[in-house]
Design a protein. Sequence first.
Length: 314
Amino acid sequence: MPRAFVTGASGQDGSYLVERLLDEGYDVHALALEGEGAASARVSTHVGDVADVERIRALLLDLDPHEVYNLAAVSSVARSWEEPDLTSRVNGLAAAALLESAFQVQERHGHAVRFVQASSAEIFGEPTVSPQDETTPIRPINPYGAAKAYAHLMVGVYRQRGVHAVSAILYNHESPRRPPHFVTRKITAGVAAILRGETDTITLGNLDARRDWGWAPDYVDAMVRAARAPRAADYVVATGEGRTVRDFVTAAFDYAGVTQWEQHIKVDPALVRPADVTDLTGDSSKARAELGWAPTLSFEDVVSRMVEGDRANS
Ligand code: GDP
């Protein structure tokens, strides 16, 4: 039975990934922080912190996995400004340690370990080209992006060293499991609360920020495909379509049948970020050509599934 090790298993992507690997018959081992709970009863959950590098190394050498997915991260840019040192350890250093552990598993057990790093479009910072691809210069502008950039570079280093190491450069990807501090979920939860009469307004920051928003399970699919591809590489995973926060708001209210949405939106300058990437759109031609990957849901479908999810959560 193939064995997989997943960090960040209780997050949005981790939960979809674990479900998929279990369906495929994998023996799934998940790393979760104390109190996060198991992603599923069928998973072997190991309580621990990915930044506890000695312990994780011993665990990996013992488990001897065939696939390692590193999804654990301080996942918000805003939090990375509040805790830049923690972000460096979790998003950067821990990835380097996991790569070295994967290398040591290969040396000790004599089989390939396929390693996928969940990287981020934030490594490109404020890019001067749009859309971005795998050749776009890495110039992060926040602690989150800088730590992810270090991990991305270490993937390249360990690929040279003989590990099937993949960096999946993921653009924003959403689902009903997205935590509510992300703007998409904040909007869909807000629309559902307005429909229930619990509130009248949603307070947001920059409505003109543009993101390439995809469907999280599709991004998990890209990571699995890259893990199992004949050759390891970096892949941009994106839809290629940029939409503004305002577009997201419009689509969410449209789906809910509310036409006069302007009265429900307030802008609070305090929510506008000091340094914000205002346009991130990815060119995923390489993933489409080499991995046979393609997004399965349109922007409108992602929005409607999220509104539906929040309407069902009363
Ligand atoms: P990020 O791209 O990983 O930082 O994902 P977010 O969903 O947190 O933010 C996406 C964009 O939405 C950023 O450019 C934010 O500045 C913008 N935005 C506008 N209003 C809000 C808000 O109220 N909350 C959040 N989180 N982002 C907002």
